[in-house]
Design a protein around this ligand. Structure first.
Ligand code: NAP
Ligand code: GCO
Length: 269
């Protein structure tokens, strides 16, 4: 392997990808494993964890362990981190704050409880898990934190007020971790997926009763210069870059992987 490609290797590294039982997190963890990393992942549901472990093994990933942990619960996060370090015999080198939910409700109909739950999972959890892993990264003077941001870190749209507020905050938390811990050779960057085909966006792609495409599906395809939804595989290369030494002088950035949406004003009607 050429010296340049070695910069993208994760050999010997331990990555913790939150919410990686399926979807974007699963694809990122799989990519990291194939680049040589050991994988720790967590989710809230045992059936999802068991299925994910089957899938990782079927995909050839051997050094992977799953943990039941709600990332909004600081005591669960601390216990899970202790278990990860004990099980793997090393501290976390790469953290991907991926776990997230969305609630699509018009703001005036959304309860404060719903708003708080989205912000808790999509933003506060990244604070909680990053705060847990940072001390060991500071001691080692080395670490990578990757926050999964969104188009909604930059743009708003109807019904996603809580999600956009959380993802906008996650962009600024990314910049603040960079500012506070960059001197310890810790890089914190965001990955900003565009519209990706996962369970989270499945409702936006459902076929209509007459078999036609969902209006939002058609809208996104028209708004994307690539003229397609993204796949989780589209995110793997950029995620690997941000986790590897190839990005050691990249810090506080949000790398958008959106097929060009953010650059495009849209087709003339
Ligand atoms: P997804 O398919 O809904 O998967 C979400 C994952 O997070 C699942 O593994 C889920 O497992 C886990 N999770 C949810 N809440 C959790 C909690 N409190 N504690 C621990 N795990 C939790 O979502 P996705 O589409 O892969 O999205 C992953 C991330 O990318 C999210 O942050 C999302 O906002 C972001 N994103 C998605 C898109 C897109 O178009 N899909 C675009 C931009 C950004 P359990 O439910 O079992 O806990
Ligand atoms: C929505 C979608 C988006 C995507 C993603 C875009 O309802 O608009 O769910 O929020 O999930 O965040 O980058």
């Amino acid at each position: 392997m050429s010296d340049y490609l070695k910069k993208f290797s994760l050999e010997g590294k331990l990555a913790w990808v939150t919410g990686a039982s399926y979807g974007i997190g699963y694809a990122i963890a799989l990519c990291y494993a194939r680049a040589g990393a050991k994988i720790a992942f967590n989710c809230r549901h045992q059936d999802g964890l068991d299925k994910a472990l089957e899938n990782y093994k079927a995909d050839g990933v051997k050094d992977v362990r799953g943990y039941i942990c709600d990332v909004t619960d600081e005591s669960q996060v601390k216990e899970t981190l202790s278990a990860i370090v004990k099980d793997f015999g090393q501290t976390v080198d790469i953290l991907v704050n991926n776990a997230g939910i969305i609630k699509r409700i018009p703001m005036t109909e959304m309860s404060a409880e719903d708003f708080r739950q989205v912000v808790d999972i999509d933003l506060t959890s990244a604070f909680i898990v990053s705060k847990a892993v940072l001390p060991a990264m500071v001691e080692k003077k080395c670490g990578k934190i990757i926050n999964i941001c969104s188009m909604m870190s930059e743009l708003g749209r109807e019904t996603v007020s809580a999600y956009a507020a959380a993802k906008g905050g996650l962009k600024m938390l990314t910049r603040n971790i960079c500012s506070e811990y960059g001197k310890y050779n810790i890089q914190c960057n965001g990955l900003g997926p565009g519209y990706i085909a996962t369970p989270q966006t499945a409702p936006l792609r459902e076929r209509q009763p007459d078999g036609s495409r969902h209006p939002f599906d058609s809208f996104i395809v028209a708004k994307t210069p690539a003229e397609r939804w993204g796949t989780t595989e589209d995110l793997q290369g950029p995620a690997l870059f941000l986790a590897s030494e190839a990005s050691d002088f990249v810090n506080g950035q949000i790398l958008y992987v959106d097929g060009g949406i953010l650059a495009y004003i849209g087709k003339q009607p």
